[in-house]
Design a protein around this ligand. Structure first.
Ligand code: IPM
Ligand code: MG
Length: 385
């Protein structure tokens, strides 16, 4: 077959797949109601590198905070193994089938970082486990808060999590040795649900501004659609101010001390959200300090925003890895399943332990505390707040 026809055929299959996805989005309207479940099942997934070490600590803190509910049978926490890079490469799949089946038996998931292979690296180039889980469980809203009270920074990013440059990121087309094409995707349904999530969050949390971040002046079709839908939905929320910025100038404005305080809730396509949230987390002390919620209508997954830091493990330093990101993830998980008091306590304790008091210091090395010592400190403070 001639190469243009071969590429066109692959493209046709991708379109078909995406049209089916739109139908799937349309078919699930209801959000799961955690309050109505007899038992909430929390799955914990260690992942790779420093993942198991920091996830274990975060899980321990969750068990501590939910001790009463666990003994009353209202909540259970179960560890799910097998999402390691070794297993994923062996299965030739981003999430081996048996692991996916276990994940789907849980209502919410606490997930440690997983190694993401890249072409030419030591591992076969399977799709990212994060990206696959977001797709498989349709976790469309990636919510990433960044707070630095002393700088007046209080941002919540709503990163679209199932579309954009990511959804076909492992399905680009090598037309021939000279031409490679990737795709970026926006659907009406996928955009509306993330934009509404951002406005609803703003409304419920007393925030007064939602800012869209796109590159709609250049990426005209998909970012153009995203921005158009933002503007339409903004009209339904007259009490909330809406503005829009392009991603390039937004990366600059986050370091503009006068301007950055204006931003509150930001809604943005997948790849821009990926990049901007790493920059934003840096103000708070780096990606190690930030948790991330991946929320869908049926499932939700909470994770660190950083990678698996294999070098720390090679150097035997995983016990010194900072568990803060996974503790923040646990805090978001608690809030999401309806344990607002416990989430509030953990947030207060984390602010004391990681920002203000800092009695137990982590350095990532043996001259600092271990992640177990830090988590003990957090639990001690939790008990007192
Ligand atoms: C994140 C990470 C992931 C992403 C990687 C590990 C695939 O950077 O959660 O931001 O790009 O989404
Ligand atoms: Mg990222």
């Amino acid at each position: 077959m001639d190469k243009i026809a071969a590429a066109a055929q692959k493209f046709a299959l991708l379109i078909e797949e995406q049209l089916k996805r739109v139908e799937r989005i349309k078919s699930v309207k209801e959000f799961i109601n955690y309050g109505a479940l007899p038992e909430i099942i929390i799955g914990t997934v260690g992942g790779d590198g420093i993942g198991p070490a920091i996830t274990a600590q975060s899980s321990r803190v969750l068990e501590f905070l939910l001790a009463k509910e666990i003994s009353a049978g209202k909540v259970s926490i179960r560890a799910i193994d097998g999402l390691t890079i070794e297993n994923r490469v062996k299965a030739g799949s981003a999430i081996p089938d048996d692991v996916l089946a276990e994940l789907k038996k849980c209502h919410v998931i606490l997930k440690g970082p997983t190694t993401t292979p890249q072409a030419g690296g030591p591992w076969a180039n399977v799709e990212s486990a994060n990206v696959a889980m977001r797709k498989e469980l349709d976790l469309f809203a990636n919510v990433r808060p960044v707070r630095v009270p002393e700088l007046g920074i209080d941002w919540t990013f709503f990163r679209e999590n199932t579309e954009g440059a990511y959804v076909l990121g492992s399905s680009g087309i090598e037309v021939d040795g000279d031409l490679a094409i990737d795709f970026t995707v926006a659907t009406t349904q996928g955009t509306e649900r993330i934009v509404r999530a951002a406005f609803d969050y703003a409304e419920k949390n007393g925030r007064t501004r939602v800012t869209a971040v796109t590159k709609a002046n250049v990426i005209k079709t998909t970012d153009g659609k995203f921005l158009k839908i933002c503007k339409e939905i903004a009209k339904e929320y007259p009490g909330i101010e809406f503005d829009d910025w392009y991603i390039d100038i937004m990366t600059a404005k986050l370091i503009d001390e006068k301007r950055r305080k204006d931003f509150q809730v930001m809604v943005l396509p997948n790849l821009y959200g990926d990049i901007l949230t790493d920059e934003a987390a840096e103000f708070q002390g780096g990606v190690g300090t930030a948790g991330s919620a991946n929320i869908g209508r049926q499932y939700a997954m909470f994770e660190a925003i950083h990678g698996s830091a294999p070098r720390m493990v090679e150097e035997g330093r995983e016990i010194y890895a900072d568990p803060s990101s996974m503790l923040r993830a646990a805090q978001m998980l608690l809030a999401h399943i309806g344990y607002a008091d416990e989430a509030g306590k953990l947030q207060k304790a984390m602010d004391i332990c990681a920002i203000t008091e800092k009695k137990v210091r982590l350095t990532g090395r043996s001259d600092g505390a271990t992640n177990k010592e830090f988590s003990d400190y957090v639990m001690e403070v939790v008990a007192g707040v």
